[in-house]
Design a protein around this ligand. Structure first.
Ligand SMILES: [Zn+2]
Length: 114
């Protein structure tokens, strides 16, 4: 096992940072072995890219829902806009679902953290 920095995002997702130290077993060879252990954790003031993407899409979806709620009071006048808003909401929901699945996959792949 070798030791690495760990970056911890606001959203509690994390990523590995730089390699810091070899473990006993690999010290002489100068190679790093397959197992990564945390040398030091750095807290970041931001969310990870995936969560930022999800947030941005959530905000866009909220805006479409706002528009939709405003327009549906006058359905005749805004029928085309309403339809478009509903389509946008639906596709954003799909995209958000995919990103969330990606996030879940990733945290599973990393396995036991800390
Ligand atoms: Zn995240």
């Amino acid at each position: 096992m070798c030791f690495y920095e760990q970056f911890l995002y606001q959203c509690s997702d994390w990523k590995w940072g730089n390699f810091r130290q070899h473990c006993q077993a690999e010290y002489r060879t100068g190679e790093t072995c397959g197992s990564k252990f945390v040398f030091q954790t750095f807290g970041l003031q931001e969310k990870c890219k995936l969560c930022l993407k999800i947030d941005a899409k959530e905000r866009r979806k909220a805006k479409h829902i706002d528009d939709y709620n405003r327009w549906r009071r006058e359905p005749r006048r805004y029928s085309a806009s309403i339809e478009k808003a509903l389509g946008d909401i639906k596709s954003l929901e799909n995209e958000i679902g995919q990103l969330k699945a990606e996030k879940a996959d990733r945290s599973r792949a990393f396995g036991a953290r800390r």
